[in-house]
Design a protein around this ligand. Structure first.
Ligand SMILES: [Cu+2]
Length: 584
């Protein structure tokens, strides 16, 4: 315990929750070589005021953003979630592989029924072979807008980072603030068939900052010393927006994405999609600069719909040297530098940036890219329409309802959990195992859209034998506008072996795949009007959700699931369900 405390120098915002967790008794070593850590998440309503609007939000332990989970590689986590709000709740541990422990993954109606009001559930899993920044969030409806927090996995005790030890580590969570209740926003949109209202502000660690009305006092301030290196753990928890981020007059060195180390590279500005995490090193100026620097984020938006085009700002403030000690008010007299962010639709920047991401791929942290492929899949991802119910007029395109689909299947959520249905052999009437491997109708995906943009609906899964090596091409469509879609896969990391614009060419494009050091992650942007190719090894039995991490697209059906069967050996099988697994 003491050793853990001494060897995890984390930023100030962590300390309260961090100490609380560290003081829990630890009952000794677990199979992963780590210890067991206990957390209690009381899901409660809390009044929070931003932009001079007060509303009651769903929180963990009254905190917004929520408290961090901090563990080491190899540790077991036991997180008791108690639902004390009127909503159904489930929590996802975004990016945790959940080897054989799919029951703890969290997406409602996929791996579990939601935790009902007054009920509780203990999420029980072990962190195996992962270290870095991940995060947790609600995985039901739009509750993740306020129910999210960092999930930090430190290296094992005697392991170090593949870069110099930073002076401090600081989480930076981007969020999206709505003055209205987000559950009302999405439920209204699904009823009318139109696009949901957009957010009123973006936030950094819950704070909108000085560029918004009424918010100068609600500004995230990062206080630093000259001549030090800080590790910023960036998390995009926004609901519907990819974000550009930059700090004025400072260069950032990317060292990790989605809890996998990168070949380090420097950049002034980075791009982070909802669901993604990025660790960067921030080297402060060698001398006290007598200036303050803004850090800002605003969207990268490619679709035709409206979006929140505002900018969140925080400040980077240098502590003055002792002999120059300022009054706290004097910081206002310092010059203030602002970063320049790319234009809101700067796809050229996005492409150039994502092409720079490479796995570290060294002997200690190899990139185990599947070199042979057992099964190939080609999924179109994009928007579509459904006819208005009854003979009303809906607010989607030409009086229809907006929808979204993978291979023209808009996913229908079941009313019981898919994993339970599979495990108990009661999948009849819950899901079909026949998700299409290829689109049923071939059209010019990124050209003029077909006249009929209606999609099918269903609860369909791809079934994979254990240890299948998978290659998946995800192809954006131009139906109702080409758009970047950050696709998130549960249960696995995948390698991003290729990407391009226009339609994927199966004859020419595979020759350009990077099978040596591609970035390994859990969420990847399908380029607007383009495609991305990923590979992964299906070595984790269970039912694994895959969906767009733009929440509006998920709500419209841009989601599906993979069912990976048990292997033959005892250690290749899904563990039995915990006794307290919630019932529907
Ligand atoms: Cu999307």
């Amino acid at each position: 315990m003491g050793a853990f405390l001494q060897s995890c120098p984390l930023g100030g915002f962590f300390l309260v929750a961090f100490f609380a967790s560290c003081f829990f008794p630890e009952p000794g070593l677990v199979a992963g070589g780590g210890v067991t850590r206990h957390y209690k998440f009381n899901v409660v309503l809390q009044n929070v005021t931003r932009l001079c609007h007060t509303k009651s939000i769903v929180t963990v332990n009254g905190k917004f953003p929520g408290p961090p989970i901090i563990a080491r590689e190899g540790d077991q986590l036991l997180i008791e979630v108690v639902n004390r709000v009127p909503n159904n709740i489930s929590i996802h541990w975004h990016g945790v592989r959940q080897l054989r422990s799919g029951w703890a993954d969290g997406p409602a109606y996929v791996t579990q029924c939601p935790i009902q009001t007054g009920q509780s559930y203990v999420y029980n899993y072990t962190i195996v072979g992962q270290r870095g920044t991940l995060w947790w969030h609600a995985h039901i409806s739009w509750l993740r807008s306020t129910l999210h927090g960092p999930l930090i996995i430190l290296p094992k005790h005697n392991a170090s980072y593949p870069f110099a030890k930073p002076h401090k580590e600081i989480p930076i969570i981007f969020g999206e603030w709505f003055n209205s209740d987000t559950e009302a926003v999405i439920s209204q949109a699904l009823q009318t068939g139109g696009g949901p209202n957009v957010s009123d502000a973006y936030t950094i660690n819950g704070l909108p900052g000085p560029l918004y009305n009424c918010s100068a006092k609600d500004t995230y301030r990062l206080k630093v010393k000259p001549g030090k290196t800080y590790l910023l753990r960036l998390i995009n928890a926004a609901l519907n927006d990819e974000l550009f981020f930059s700090i004025a007059n400072h260069t950032l060195t990317l060292v990790e994405a989605d809890a996998v180390y990168l070949k380090p590279f420097e950049t002034e500005t980075l791009l982070i999609a909802p669901g993604q995490t990025t660790n960067v090193l921030l080297k402060t100026k060698p001398q006290y600069p007598k200036a303050t620097f803004l850090m800002t984020a605003r969207p990268y938006a490619t679709g035709l719909g409206t979006f929140d085009n505002t900018t969140v700002a925080g400040t980077l403030e240098y502590e003055p040297p002792l002999n120059e000690s300022h009054q706290s008010s004097s910081i206002k007299q310092l010059p203030l530098f602002k970063p320049t962010l790319p234009p809101l639709n700067d796809t050229a920047f996005a492409t150039n940036f994502t092409n720079k991401l490479r796995s570290l791929a060294n002997p200690q942290f190899p990139a185990n890219v599947p070199q042979k492929v057992d099964q190939r899949f080609f999924f179109t991802v994009g928007l579509g329409t459904n006819p208005c119910r009854g003979n009303q007029t809906c607010q989607g395109p030409n009086g229809t309802m907006f929808t979204a689909a993978v291979n023209n299947v808009s996913f229908t959520m079941p009313t019981t959990a898919l994993l339970q249905a599979h495990y108990t052999g009661q999948s009849n009437g819950v899901y079909s195992p026949e998700f299409p491997s290829y689109p049923k109708s071939i059209f010019n995906f990124t050209g003029t859209p077909p006249n009929n943009t209606n999609v099918g609906n269903g609860t369909k899964l791809v079934v994979l034998p254990f240890n299948t090596s998978v290659e998946l091409i995800m192809q954006d469509t131009s139906i109702l506008g080409a758009e970047s879609h950050p696709l998130h896969l549960h249960g696995f990391n995948f390698f991003v072996v290729g990407q391009g614009f226009g339609n994927f060419d199966p004859n020419k494009d595979p020759a350009k795949f990077n099978l040596v050091d591609p970035v390994e992650r859990n969420t990847v942007g399908v380029p607007a009007g383009g495609w991305v190719a990923i590979r992964f090894l299906a070595d984790n039995p269970g039912v694994w959700f895959m969906h767009c991490h733009l929440e509006v697209h998920t709500s419209w059906g841009l989601k599906m699931a993979w069912l990976v069967l048990d292997g033959k050996l005892p250690n290749q099988k899904l563990l039995p369900p915990p006794a307290d697994l919630p019932k529907c």
